[in-house]
Design a binder for this molecule. Sequence first.
Ligand SMILES: [Zn+2]
Length: 254
Amino acid sequence: MAQIVKRADKYRFYPTPEQAAEPLAIVWSRPLPDGAQPSTVTVSRDAAGRWFVSLLVQEKIRPLAPAQNAVGVDAGITALVTLSTGEKVANPRHEQRDRRRLARAQRTPARKRPGSGNRAKARLKVAKVYARIVDRRRDFLHQLSTRLVRENQVIAVEDLTIRNMIKNRRLARAISDASWRELRGMLAYKAAWCGRRLVVVDRWFPSSKLCSACGTVQEAMPLNVREWVCACGASHDRDVNAARNVLAAGLAES
Ligand SMILES: [Zn+2]
């Protein structure tokens, strides 16, 4: 165990000479590819006090065989994403409980005396809970992005700046924005690796108000309307309809 020295409002790690001579206990996220020679090694530490060593290696990735499918992806808050196929990908399990735990941990530091060791400890606790949420989400997003790239030749998503037009400072929204950004990044590089296309629909269009069946634009579509029926007779789930519109716009652009 590392020796922790408490100082004013910080915890610092000072290895003893014996600790400094010992090899570190390392958890590998995945094995190095066979024969890979790392060209860059990056060492970093996050707010939860965990150390990371990243190794940059060159690897040959074989593109996947072409797929027939195309999918539109709509980002949401209640569901993490909704697909044009009608599938709703829920937020990862544990997420609700983790969020409650985070909210509770976030209230604690303010109740401790500024500059005290207890305050520093409470802050570290917040960072740890947050780090766990982020880690679990990242695993989940990796699985989702790998699956979307494997199954589809074209993946259409809406541009982020459009989503940013709707401001909301709630925690749920902040987390969902962060994961959307992360998912987009993963989709972009995995699509490039595997010979797929990620189409970013960057022009604004009323994805929620537009009927994906007949193209009519509804006058109003309040946020609390989750399902609606168009005059053409098509009945829509709000998010699935939006995802279908994103797909259509993406295919038109590509
Ligand atoms: Zn219609």
